[in-house]
Design a protein around this ligand. Structure first.
Ligand code: NAD
Length: 321
């Protein structure tokens, strides 16, 4: 069995590698070649931890396995990241364990790759202003990956605790792109592309603020009850997601679906756009929404590539198991 350490993954998996892996697995999901198994997530009644696993199988790449881990709120005091995860890959022919891969950095890049894939396939070509809502751990990953998809010449940011916006300002400065802090309404009215990446439970983006032609990547809502966008916006937009079942149950579309404002059929897997069976955006004045809920297959796809690259670079440790 191979072991690919967290640091090795960090050193080797670039935004570009993650983008390709996530784009390919979204297309495989839309073709019906790859599917996710039901997610398990439990409060374990110890250390205030939330623990669970996400798993699936991609018949086209033969990625089989799971990502296991969760949230340990006391970790920060121990000098560890609160979110902890590890990926285990299995040989699809024999069921033998194939690789153990650090999953913390992978989670961040695969989530950033999902919004980047949505921007690449759905945002207007001439999009020039990027709006960032949220400035937590994920936000800089989302920003870096997004900047590679269009020629953005301005970034606008909002966070409930404005002082945290400095992390985004640093990334903007690295790229030589002006950064402005703004109120939510102004951000929504000026941005061509908006990324939401908060842990919010009530809408931040209101339907009357979003102008025709905007693309919104909703990335923070991955649990029942969370919300970043007013439900009333959804029927006015063309809706895309990673996985429809998750979109209506734990994703941003859950609220519009529960309120009867949209049906399941109104939401298209973005993989259909990638593989060319759905046109995606068909007019410059359409509002497009990508509901990125986060699926186990993304983790397996990126972990598989991490193993491949680590082996090529002689950085995968082989253990007798
Ligand atoms: P984090 O804890 O580092 O940051 C949370 C962010 O949400 C911060 O910007 C914080 O200021 C903001 N926030 C918290 N409460 C808020 C409120 N009431 N109103 C407005 N903003 C609020 O978390 P993170 O790692 O950056 O993740 C952000 C979100 O993305 C989380 O909800 C997480 O579960 C989700 N996430 C989704 C995926 C996916 O695949 N879709 C993957 C990873 C994380």
């Amino acid at each position: 069995m191979l072991v690919v350490k967290e640091q090795t993954v960090k050193d080797l998996v670039t935004d570009e590698i993650a983008f390709e892996a996530v784009e390919a697995v979204f297309a495989a999901m839309a073709r019906g070649d790859a599917y996710n198994f039901p997610v398990v997530r439990e409060a374990i009644g110890y250390a205030d931890a939330l623990y669970g696993f996400k798993s699936g199988f991609d018949r086209s790449s033969l990625a089989l396995g799971l990502k296991s881990g969760g949230y340990w709120p006391g970790n920060a005091e121990r000098g560890l990241t609160n979110h902890q995860s590890t990926v285990v890959l299995f040989d699809a022919d024999t069921g033998r364990p194939k690789a153990l891969v650090g999953g913390n950095y992978l989670t961040a890049v695969r989530t950033a790759a999902a919004s980047a894939v949505s921007i690449y396939h759905l945002a207007r070509e001439e999009s020039s202003v990027l709006g960032m809502i949220g400035a937590g751990h994920q936000s800089t990953f989302q920003l870096r990956a997004a900047l590679k998809q269009r020629k953005f010449d301005r970034i606008i940011g909002w966070n409930i605790e404005p002082e945290r916006l400095s992390v985004l300002e640093e990334v903007a400065a690295e790229h030589g792109i002006p950064f402005q802090r703004a109120e939510l309404e102004i951000l929504c009215k000026q941005a061509d592309v908006i990324i939401t990446i908060t842990s919010c439970f009530s809408p931040l983006v209101m339907k009357n603020w979003v102008l025709p032609g905007t693309h919104i990547a909703c990335m923070g809502t991955d649990t029942k009850g969370k919300q970043e966008v007013e439900a009333g916006l959804m029927p006015q937009a063309k809706l895309f997601t990673d996985e429809v079942a998750q979109s209506i149950s734990i994703g941003e579309c859950q609220h519009a679906f529960e309120a009867g404002l949209i049906n399941q059929d109104d939401i298209t897997p973005v993989g259909a756009v990638i593989s060319g069976s759905h046109p995606g955006r068909s007019a410059a004045d359409e509002i497009t929404v990508f509901d990125g809920t986060g699926v186990g297959l993304q983790d397996l796809a990126v972990a598989s590539i991490a193993v491949e690259v680590a082996v090529k670079n002689g950085l995968a440790q082989e253990i007798d198991f």
